[in-house]
Every structure is written in C-alpha cells, then in structure tokens.
Design a protein around this ligand. Sequence first.
Ligand SMILES: Nc1ncnc2c1ncn2[C@@H]1O[C@H](COP(=O)(O)OP(=O)(O)OP(=O)(O)O)[C@@H](O)[C@H]1O
Ligand SMILES: [Mg+2]
Length: 222
Amino acid sequence: MEERQTDAGASIVFANVTKRFGAHTVIHGLTRTVRGGCITAVTGINGSGKSTFLKLAAHLIMPEEGAVHVAIDGEEVRRAALRAKIALVTPELRFYARLTAWENLAFVLGARGKKLTKEGYEALLGRVGLAREKTGGMRVEGYSTGMRQRLKLAALFGTDARIWLLDEPGANLDEAGREMVRAEARAAAGRGTLVLWATNDAGEEAEADETIRLAGHLPRLS
Ligand SMILES: Nc1ncnc2c1ncn2[C@@H]1O[C@H](COP(=O)(O)OP(=O)(O)OP(=O)(O)O)[C@@H](O)[C@H]1O
Ligand SMILES: [Mg+2]
C-alpha cells in the first residue's frame, strides 16, 4: 500500500522508489518517509546515492519506478509550487562573482519573491559569519571556499521554505561553521521545518534524529 502523510507539517514520502542511470541502479525499491520537525541524515559511501536522493526529494530528477510525494499540511505540493517550498544547498550552486554577498542574496531571494532591507541582508550575513566588518563588503570573487559555503547557507536561511535540503552542508567549513549549521538546523526543526541532509560528517550524523543509510549498488562495468 502507498504510504501517505495527511497530518500537519511537511513530509516527503519515497514510495517504492527505484532510480537508475542507464544500467546502473542507484536506489532500489526504497520506501521511507521524511518528516518535518526533525533532522534526517542520508548517509552512505561516495557514490551510494545521497545527492541522487536529495535531487529526487526536490523533484529535480524523477524515479524510474515508484513516486516521491512532497506534502505540506496534508496537501501534496506539485512541480511549480514545489520550488517556493523547498530551499537547497548543493555543491553545484554558484553565485555571481562580480556582485557582493548582499547583492547575490538580493538576487537569489528576489527570484523567490522575497525582499529584505539592507539591514536584513546584513543580519543574514552576520548569522553565517560574513558580517561587513569581516568581509569589507567585497565581491564574491574574493571569497574563500568556506565563505562561499557560508553564503549558500545564508541564502537558504533567508527563505521561508519549510523544507531544507542540504547536500553536505558542512563542506569546507571550519568547526565553528559546522557548529553554526547544526544549531541553525536544530532551531529550524524546532520551528517545524523538514531538514534533510546528505552527509559523511560524523557531527552531522550524530545531530540527526533519523538516518537513512544507503547501501550503494556498485555500477556494473562491462
Ligand atoms: N546524471 C547522472 N548520470 C549518470 N550517473 C549518475 C548521474 N548522477 C549520479 N550518477 C551515479 O549515481 C551514483 C550515485 O551518485 P550520487 O552523486 O548520488 O552519490 P553520493 O552518495 O552523493 O556520492 P558523494 O559522497 O561522492 O557525494 C554514482 O555512481 C554516480 O556516478
Ligand atoms: Mg553527493
């Protein structure tokens, strides 16, 4: 029987999901429910399908078999509306190098119909350790890898999304940065946000309330 969520809050239901790339089956017949109000970690070795799992959750890719249902307060959220409900941090995300951090935030959040005051952007940047006193308001081209990761997180925190999908959120962050991610995620979960992260970081694994371990099916090379 199909597993469906009908109560309040956000949920993502993987119903008998199989994902293949050519002859390579990455996820095989997976049924799981990810719920709002807690942190769920997707773990597994490199190539086991963690990023694929997040892309399926966001409907950026579709399964060959089964279905992924995203629901908020008992109502299934479909394609176009999904974008406003989900916020993503992924290694693929890029910013405009010639713009400053707050200009990038204004652009990214503006595309979601959100506009903050300049003080609002500054507060958001301060939250991720990128206050103007530290960065001098430089263009993003001058940012280190960890600073770029912090800016991705600021863009996510600035949304009203009730679903956070984070692909290795602590990547390139120092210990203080990873602690900030765990604290922000815990606070968001406390507000009912669905936090789902793909990780190989022991701290992020330990912080999670639920864990989905992907076994990983090695590609058959012929
Ligand atoms: N677009 C694609 N085309 C072909 N194969 C793909 C594609 N995307 C993913 N794969 C394959 O699916 C498998 C899972 O990839 P995925 O990126 O989900 O792994 P991961 O668990 O996130 O790995 P990592 O820990 O390295 O980030 C890999 O074998 C990868 O080569
Ligand atoms: Mg990955």
